[in-house]
Design a protein around this ligand. Structure first.
Ligand code: GDP
Length: 195
């Protein structure tokens, strides 16, 4: 996909800040450090739009990017942080619940998982929760350049088994280092957004 424009429209801390309007969107979710910011920057061909290696414990927001004036990417904070108080965590949990349960513009969720490792318990929980809410999920298997190409299939097969991936959900092997998987990711994202 040719990216003509990509800009952050809002970092939303609560539901009344989510952008109104008819534009479809995909959310991006994953454990912190999985390569989510790098993925966003790579597929949007922008160097620093999503900052890489964001500081743990910072204010949690859903970051909405408006792309080609047609759709949104919604960057969901990386899970696996524990550096906020219980009260903050609960408040944020409610915002996330509202988002994933009620957001009509949401057409699918990209869940990023490091291709090298077995999905974590948090990854499995997130996937199960998304399926419980009937979301379509596209798995992005990140950092593919870190293992030999000959091992990709085996790792993807294990990932599918471990998550008990729904047959309708696909996996894209991706590297922000080499750009591998960029076209495949856009095909799948296009299907989620516009089918
Ligand atoms: P985030 O916390 O999920 O947003 O992760 P980042 O995008 O900040 O990436 C975390 C670290 O992994 C950074 O040091 C990145 O340079 C590195 N990284 C991200 N994607 C890749 C990749 O595809 N290949 C390699 N080799 N490193 C990556």
């Amino acid at each position: 996909m040719k990216i003509n424009s990509a800009e952050i429209v809002i970092s939303a801390a609560k539901p009344n800040q989510f952008p109104a309007g008819p534009f479809p969107e995909v959310a991006l979710s994953g454990r912190s450090n999985v390569g989510k910011s790098s993925f966003i920057n790579t597929v949007l061909a922008r160097k620093n739009l999503a900052r890489t290696s964001q500081r743990p414990g910072k204010t949690q927001t859903l970051n909405f990017y408006f792309i080609n004036e047609r759709f949104h990417f919604v960057d969901v904070p990386g899970y696996g942080y524990a550096k906020v108080s219980k009260r903050e965590r609960e408040a944020w949990g409610k915002v996330m619940e509202t988002y994933f349960q009620e957001r009509e513009q949401l057409k699918g969720v990209l869940q990023l998982i490091d291709i090298r490792h077995q999905p974590t318990a948090d990854d499995v929980m997130m996937y199960d929760w998304l399926k419980y809410h009937h979301h379509k999920v596209l798995i992005i298997a990140t950092k593919a350049d870190k293992i030999p190409r000959g091992k990709w299939d085996k790792h993807v097969k294990q990932l599918k088994e471990y998550l008990q991936l729904d047959k309708d959900d696909n996996v894209v092997v991706f590297s922000s280092e080499t750009g591998h998987g960029k076209d495949a990711a856009w095909r799948e994202i296009g299907n989620l957004l516009f089918d």
